[in-house]
Structures are given as structure tokens and as C-alpha cells.
Design a protein around this ligand. Structure first.
Ligand SMILES: Cc1cc2nc3c(=O)[nH]c(=O)nc-3n(C[C@H](O)[C@H](O)[C@H](O)COP(=O)(O)OP(=O)(O)OC[C@H]3O[C@@H](n4cnc5c(N)ncnc54)[C@H](O)[C@@H]3O)c2cc1C
Length: 432
């Protein structure tokens, strides 16, 4: 490895996808100084920007808004977000201190407390709206403030192909772009994954799906039978029912003004003959959860149509995440179930590792070996989360293991993704 010289130049980096993973990668790489000479017009999000510089994020959608509802931000993710300069108050989050579990027929709630996260991991994990996290990442990627040069985002640019050796990308409309580094952050249905592997890997059907909806917390007021949702017990989540027959998992976000609900249950349809995402009604939800006790059905009654129905799928282990100048991050590499609440956290950690492997001064010809080091430091951890999230639903003896196992909580929440990646970088590339 050579130190930066007066002749060093920023790398030209293209990111495919501007979800939580793509934006995190953009921030990590911007902060390395690859964009110091970029200048651009002030962002109005839905407008096409006029830029002439080289740090690019290509996003298929025309309006880059995060969809879906809320998300847990565990301490390991927060640790990286802090290094990115995030401001937690912008997340309007609620603390995630534990779970109160109820059997579907009601009865006394059983409290499962996480380890004291502030004491053990230096920060308290939280729950927030996905949009709030996405907006905060956008602020850090696009803003004039902060280290490095603001990121340029092209909306409505679906990337159809790329040549990882040549470092070129082609959009659906036939436009071509060049880059020293290409990051595939294009989610569970990744096109870049097909390029890396040379063939398409589709996340297989699992026969598990989830209703997802949100409800305004003000609807709980004056309803003592619904005190179990927010008022009774630890600040955090509520779990009702069992994984194999169906359960309700809910938690607050937006300063506890909104409640996020995920209801996971077996999917009796042939999943491959249905869209991965569809809409249903409150009546459909009540029919599926007809055996749940009155306080839980009273809560479901608050749902407003339409309700989202998602198939839950996970990517099988891949032989590689990299090819020449192209690397996968986030769901493109390891999309999984929400069981451990670590999917986006893995995308954030992946991004931090990429930043560590590509400091300012990296030469274009060094990129493939740096991406190989990125894979070395990230693949085992990403795959562990991917497989275990799935198995903690599908293998009965593993259910609730995360809550029961302090070792697992430490391994996930206590991880310092930046320190581990930096150490790997030094061991691999710094020669004395
Ligand atoms: C029900 C549920 C609950 C979850 N809860 C949690 C949680 O509590 N904590 C947690 O850490 N994680 C959670 N996750 C996981 C988390 O949501 C994902 O891991 C994370 O959003 C992945 O981000 P990503 O950027 O990799 O992919 P995505 O968010 O899918 O983003 C991919 C982006 O790429 C764009 N794109 C796709 N193809 C192209 C193309 N060809 N060209 C250009 N752009 C393209 C898409 O428009 C999209 O914007 C949950 C997931 C689910 C389903």
C-alpha cells in the first residue's frame, strides 16, 4: 500500500441503489475524501440535479423515499452512525429495552429485558421510522456539512448491467457510466448480484409472510383494554402468539406517536405464483388471527385498509460478494428475516468496512484487492446474521434464542464494525 501523494486523486465511485445500504456506503466513502473537488447545486429531492462530478448513486425509483414502516437500530449500527455524524434526535426514536410477550389467548405478560445496552455497549438501541433513518442518511450523504464532498444522486436511473472489469455501468435507457468502484446496493432482487455471480439467484419461497401496518398511538387513548400496547411494561416491543401459528410484533416510533405492527404467519398460498408484496384488508387480518384473545383482536380492529402483505424471503449463502471492481452490500448480499432486527445494521456495517478499505490515496488498480479484503472482513458476519435470522423462525429450538443468549446479544450489539475493519486493513495492507 502506498500513502496518498500530491498526485493522489479521489476514486470515482458508483453506487447502485439509494436505500439504507446505498446511502450508508455513500456516506462512508464520501467521508474518506474521494469527492473533495465535487460541487453541485442545492438538492431539491424530486428534481434531477445538474452535476458534472464523479461520485454517483443510481436509484431506480423516481422519488427516493423509504417505504415500509419502522426499524430497530441496534447499538452496533448506532456505533457506525455516530462515526458518520448522525443526530439521534432526528430519528424521533423510542428506546428498545426489551420485549413483553403474551400468549395469543391473553394472560400475564412475560417481560424479557435486554442487557443494559448503554452500560455494556455504550449506547441504547432504539426504534424509529424507516423514513426518519433514510432522511437522516440522506442529510449526511447530500449535505454541504460534514467531511468530504456531497454525494450526487441520479433518480429514475435503473442500472441494467455492468462490466466489473472495465468499471462501466449501463442504464435501462442505454446510458453508460464509468467508475473505479461499483457498489451493488440494489436490495433483495439485486441486478448487481447477477453480475457478480454470472447467474441469477432468486430468494426462494419460505411459506412465511407478514401483514405490516402502522397505527396512530392516539387511538389507544381511553381504551384501558389496550394498555398492554404501550403503557404496561418495559419501553420496547410487544410479542403476541407463536412463530409457527402466527404472531403480532409491535413497537412504537416517531416519539411514540406511531405504532409499527408486523404480523408474521405461515403463508398457505403458492408464494411463487403471487407477487412478493400485495395489499389486503382488516377483515383478512382478523380472519387469519381469529383465535387471538379479545385485547389483541381489539388492537387489530384499529388497522386501516389497505394493509400490506409481504412475503418474507432470504438470500441463500453466496459463493462470493465481489467481482473485480464490483462489491455487494446490504440486502443484495444477505437479505434475511427481521427476526434479529439486524438486516439494515449489517448494511451499515458493510458500508463502514468499505470506507475503511478504500481510504483516500487508494489507486484504481488497488481496488480489486481492497474489495477482496472487504469481503474477508464482512462475509462471515453477514452470513451468520442471514442464516440465524431465518433459523430463529424455522427451527423451533432456536426461537427466542437472541433474547435468551447474552453471548449472542454481545456478539451482535457489541461489535465495533469500524475497529474490526481498520484492524483488518492494517494487517492486510500496511507493510513495515
Ligand atoms: C418486515 C421487516 C422488518 C425489518 N426490521 C429490521 C430491523 O428492525 N432492523 C434492521 O436492521 N433491519 C430490519 N429489516 C431489514 C432491513 O429493512 C433491510 O436489511 C434494509 O432495508 C436493506 O437495505 P438495502 O439498502 O440493502 O436494500 P433496499 O432497502 O431494498 O434498497 C435497495 C434500493 O435499490 C434500488 N434499486 C433496485 N434495483 C436497482 C437498479 N437496478 N438500479 C438502481 N436502483 C435499484 C431500489 O429502488 C431501492 O431503493 C427488516 C426487514 C423487513 C422485511
Amino acid at each position: 500500500m502506498s500513502a496518498p501523494t500530491a498526485n493522489s486523486r479521489p476514486l470515482n465511485i458508483a453506487i447502485v441503489g439509494a436505500g439504507l445500504g446505498g446511502l450508508s456506503a455513500a456516506i462512508a466513502l464520501r467521508r474518506q475524501g474521494h469527492l473533495v473537488k465535487v460541487k453541485f447545486e442545492v438538492a431539491i429531492w424530486d428534481r434531477q440535479y445538474i452535476f458534472k462530478e464523479s461520485f454517483q448513486v443510481f436509484e431506480a425509483s423516481l422519488v427516493n423515499k423509504e417505504i415500509g414502516a419502522a426499524i430497530g437500530v441496534p447499538p452496533n449500527s448506532m456505533r457506525v452512525l455516530e462515526a458518520f455524524g448522525y443526530d439521534q434526535k432526528n430519528l424521533r426514536s423510542c428506546d428498545y429495552r426489551g420485549i413483553v410477550a403474551y400468549s395469543a389467548d391473553g394472560g400475564e405478560g412475560r417481560t424479557m429485558l435486554f442487557k443494559d445496552q448503554a452500560k455494556h455497549y455504550g449506547r441504547q438501541g432504539c426504534l424509529c421510522h424507516r423514513t426518519a433513518l433514510h432522511e437522516e442518511l440522506k442529510r449526511l450523504a447530500l449535505g454541504e456539512e460534514g467531511t468530504g464532498t456531497p454525494v450526487q444522486i441520479f433518480l429514475g436511473k435503473e442500472i441494467a448491467n455492468c462490466d466489473p472489469e472495465a468499471g462501466t455501468l449501463t442504464s435501462q435507457a442505454g446510458e453508460t457510466y464509468e467508475a473505479d468502484v461499483i457498489i451493488g446496493a440494489d436490495g433483495i432482487r439485486s441486478t448487481m448480484r447477477t453480475v457478480v455471480l454470472g447467474s441469477s439467484v432468486v430468494a426462494p419461497a419460505t411459506n412465511i409472510c407478514a401483514f405490516r401496518w402502522t397505527v396512530d398511538a392516539s387511538k389507544l387513548e381511553g381504551r384501558p383494554e389496550l394498555d398492554w400496547v404501550l403503557k404496561d411494561g418495559v419501553t420496547g416491543a410487544r410479542l403476541v402468539g407463536e412463530a409457527d401459528s402466527g404472531h403480532i410484533f409491535l413497537y412504537p416510533c416517531q416519539d411514540a406517536t406511531l405504532i409499527n405492527v408486523t404480523m408474521m404467519h405461515p403463508d398457505t398460498r403458492d408464494q411463487d405464483k403471487h407477487s412478493w408484496y400485495s395489499r389486503v384488508t382488516r377483515e383478512d387480518v382478523l380472519r387469519e388471527y381469529k383465535d387471538f384473545g379479545p385485547p389483541f383482536k381489539a388492537f387489530i380492529e384499529l388497522a386501516e385498509d389497505p394493509i400490506n402483505l409481504w412475503q418474507l424471503r432470504a438470500i441463500p449463502l453466496l459463493p462470493t460478494w465481489i467481482k473485480a471492481r464490483l462489491a455487494l452490500v446490504g440486502d443484495a448480499a444477505h437479505a434475511t428475516f427481521p427476526t434479529l432486527g439486524q438486516g439494515a445494521a449489517m448494511a451499515v456495517e458493510d458500508s463502514a468496512a468499505l470506507g475503511c478499505m478504500l481510504p483516500y490515496g487508494t489507486k484504481p488498480e488497488e481496488v480489486p484487492s481492497r474489495l477482496a479484503a472487504y469481503q474477508d472482513v464482512r462475509k462471515a458476519r453477514g452470513e451468520f446474521v442471514c442464516i440465524d435470522s431465518l433459523e430463529q423462525i424455522t427451527i423451533p429450538s432456536k426461537r427466542g434464542l437472541f433474547m435468551r443468549s447474552e453471548h449472542m446479544q454481545d456478539m451482535l450489539n457489541g461489535y465495533d464494525g469500524i475497529a474490526v475493519a481498520q484492524e483488518h486493513f492494517h494487517k492486510t495492507f500496511i507493510k513495515f
